[in-house]
Write a protein that binds this ligand. Structure first.
Ligand code: ZN
Length: 130
């Protein structure tokens, strides 16, 4: 799945939940969904160096709290040869201040370290202040 497909899926889920909460008379919260690092070979992605501090922090956040299983296994489309990296879990991080829910796959570590993927500055800044 690509970033925008992941975002669309979560947005539709939120709509359904909000509809239900409204009917039940609960207050609802609208979050913006931002998927980070669901890379696809058909779309270009930002490359660059990230700091070790960012990687360390992202690792800590990954290991804290709930890790979501995702539908099926994802295979890296950028690895050459037969030894392609795979991952099958993803993580949600909530930026309450800006009402954003970030999603990223475990594969993000592989993309950053091996394929030099650079997440958005917005995401990096959020991770560093989390
Ligand atoms: Zn790869």
């Amino acid at each position: 799945m690509k970033n925008h497909e992941v975002e669309q899926e979560h947005l539709e889920m939120q709509k359904k939940f909000n509809q239900h909460f409204l009917e039940e008379g609960y207050a609802i919260e609208d979050f913006k969904f931002v998927a980070v690092g669901y890379l696809d070979s058909s779309e270009p992605f930002e490359r660059g160096e990230v700091s070790n501090a960012f990687l360390t922090k992202l690792n800590i956040l990954w290991s804290e709290g709930l890790v979501l299983g995702s539908a099926g296994c994802h295979v890296c489309e950028f690895c050459e040869g037969d030894n392609k990296a795979t991952s099958s879990s993803e993580k949600e991080l909530i930026d309450r201040e800006n009402k954003i829910k970030y999603f990223f796959p475990k594969m993000i570590f592989h993309y950053i370290e091996i394929h030099k993927f650079k997440p958005s500055n917005e995401f990096i800044a959020f991770v560093m202040r989390s």
